[in-house]
Design a binder for this molecule. Structure first.
Ligand SMILES: Nc1ncnc2c1ncn2[C@@H]1O[C@H](COP(=O)(O)OP(=O)(O)OP(=O)(O)O)[C@@H](O)[C@H]1O
Length: 327
């Protein structure tokens, strides 16, 4: 197994800051995998990617891409990587195709090759008809696809994608996901930062969760979900019938096999009554608890609108690790 990205006891403290933005982070990304870097706002993801793409200088530890130490050889490291930032940073004085060609020139790609690659990438990103478009005339999704095309034109070994589908409509999001899967099939290593847990669960081979500049966990999405206490769930929609949510949660937590209960929402029913939605995390087979849970609610005269089996998700893992507080 070849290592594409290596971060070892990496640290970054911004000038005048009292705390480390990245505080001793260590992980490896394998060549050819899609790696999800997850964490709440301010966790240190952008700073870490900034160091790996040579835009931010670290204050301790080591970081390398494609075997090149980013601090010792930033020029060499830049050849190995490409980054698709969250905000559009295309050159507005150039049209869509010219943006690709100029980027290729910057990276020393020969004339015939860069023209061929620009047309091929425009086609692959569904932008052939927009080749002469001004940047300001592109939609958010088209600009994002053009930035991915630009990133790929010098054939990077590692592609960093910062929040690749924020602000995209479902079609554009699926298109970007398909292209990420294509890149994996071609052996390009992809490091994805995202707040979208569905996206991470669907695309990433492994994910690392960071918070306060430290790595909390790293594994495949499936393994992380399995490791969650109570990875099977039961979702119950009930009319509280005088019980407050805490009392109902306590009632259901007392059912043998229920590990914890979370309130996931409420809504007003057409007759004006409130309906409470609760998620029960269970240790064993969730289906075996359908009967006991229904029985407990029935005994306490709590009407049940719906009781359904579910499965914990990466979002549950994320919340369990990083808490519910706003950042
Ligand atoms: N240029 C800077 N100067 C000072 N502090 C900074 C700077 N950039 C980031 N920080 C701080 O470093 C910490 C980590 O920020 P970073 O942007 O790396 O987090 P993040 O995980 O990418 O967050 P988000 O999900 O919101 O993009 C935060 O506390 C942030 O306020």
């Amino acid at each position: 197994m070849t290592v594409a990205v290596e971060v070892s006891d990496l640290r970054k403290r911004y000038p005048k800051s009292k705390a480390d933005a990245v505080g001793g982070l260590s992980f490896q990304v394998h060549a050819g995998e899609v790696f999800g870097l997850l964490g709440p706002n301010g966790a240190g993801k952008t700073t870490t990617v900034g160091i790996l793409t040579t835009r931010v200088l670290s204050t301790g530890g080591r970081a390398s891409v494609g075997g090149v130490d980013v601090a010792a050889d930033p020029v060499g490291a830049r050849r190995k990587v490409a980054v698709v930032p969250q905000r559009v940073n295309l050159d507005r004085s150039l049209n869509a195709r010219q943006n690709l060609v100029w980027h290729a020139i910057y990276h020393g790609v020969g004339r015939a090759e860069r023209n061929r690659l620009a047309d091929e990438l425009l086609d692959r990103m569904g932008l052939s008809e927009k080749r002469k478009a001004r940047i300001d005339d592109l939609s958010g999704g088209q600009a994002q696809r053009l930035m991915i095309a630009r990133a790929l034109i010098h054939k990077p070994e590692v592609l960093f994608l910062d929040e690749p589908s924020t602000g995209l409509d479902p079609q554009a999001r699926l298109f970007v996901h398909d292209r990420i899967n294509d890149l994996r099939a071609e052996g390009v290593t992809v490091v994805l930062t995202t707040h979208d847990m569905d996206e991470a669960e669907k695309l990433a081979d492994r994910v690392g969760v960071v918070d306060h500049g430290e790595l909390l966990t790293l594994d495949t999405p499936e393994a992380l979900i399995k490791s969650l206490p109570g990875s099977g769930t039961l979702d119950a929609s009930v009319r509280p019938n005088g019980f407050d949510p805490g009392e109902l949660a306590a009632l259901l937590s007392a059912v043998d096999g229920v590990e914890r209960v979370e309130r996931i929402g409420e809504r007003a029913l057409t007759d004006g009554a409130q309906e409470l939605r609760l998620r029960l995390y269970v240790g064993g087979e969730a289906a075996a608890l359908l009967g006991p849970v229904a029985q407990t609610l029935h005994e306490h005269r709590v009407p049940v609108g719906d009781l359904a089996l579910g499965q914990a998700t990466l979002e549950d893992v994320f919340i369990e690790l990083t808490g519910r507080e706003l950042r």
